[in-house]
Design a protein around this ligand. Structure first.
Ligand code: 6PG
Length: 227
């Protein structure tokens, strides 16, 4: 695994932001709209603040969430809210955002609808992901009954509903197959516990969903880690 270690979380966040900007600029050179997949959670907040300062053609970028808690966008735990508050600011305020939550649909209807829509998307410039201490990424949690659907490479299912004891809300998540429709993957995670999971997963130890992302060779993945 391509892991870059940093002495500070700020340093890792700045480096990850630089990698993402470079991936966007490669696609934006053609002036065609491009997607950037963005994660929820607490780890990306400094990275988002740095991205928002980048003076690039954000009007041609559409943010796509990697996953969402099935709550309205004004809920404090909404990933859409997190991204609107921390990334859709500064220069990046011009970017588009494709939300998951739709009060008019069930989570299953939205998953099926989004999966069909995602099938028509061009390859994203980049997918920024975090990871939990249990080795989940996006909302592909170890205890999800449909986890194997979510991890099946090459699947035409690009979005699934997820129930997990780790979350008080139902989740909706891109699948690994959807995330691999990206030019590159950036994984930003902090702390010794997550580093231990990464090391074990890279050795094939344990039952960590992240192992499926680390072992694939279709899309280059760079891990930015700090204590
Ligand atoms: C979410 C995220 C999730 C996150 C990990 C790590 O909805 O919570 O999409 O996959 O990346 O849970 O979260 P932290 O960055 O807060 O540790």
């Amino acid at each position: 695994m391509n892991l870059q270690e940093f002495t500070s979380r700020e340093g890792a966040s700045l480096a990850a932001a630089g990698k993402i900007v470079a991936s966007l600029e490669r696609r934006l050179g053609g002036q065609t709209p491009t997607n950037l997949v963005v994660t929820g959670g607490s780890s990306p907040v400094q990275c988002y603040a740095q991205l928002a300062k980048a003076d690039i053609a954000w009007r041609n970028v559409r943010l796509v969430l990697s996953d969402e808690r099935w709550v309205p966008p004004d809920h404090p735990d909404s990933n859409e809210k997190l991204v609107r508050d921390t990334l859709l600011t500064g220069h990046a305020a011009q970017a588009g955002l494709l939300p998951f939550y739709d009060a008019a649909m069930s989570i299953t209807e939205r998953s099926e609808d989004f999966s069909r829509e995602y099938a028509g998307f061009d390859t994203a410039a980049c997918a920024l992901l975090g990871m939990g201490d249990d080795g989940h990424f996006a909302s592909l949690f170890p205890d999800a009954e449909n986890l194997q659907v979510g991890l099946r490479p090459g699947s035409s299912i690009f979005c699934i509903p997820v129930n997990t004891t780790s979350s008080p809300y139902p989740r909706i998540s891109l699948t690994l197959s959807a995330l691999l429709k990206s030019d590159e993957l950036v994984l930003l995670c902090f702390g010794d516990a997550k580093r231990d999971v990464l090391d074990k997963a890279s050795r094939g130890e344990g039952n960590f969903p992240i192992a499926h992302l680390l072992r694939q060779s279709h899309v280059p993945a760079t891990i930015f880690w700090a204590p």
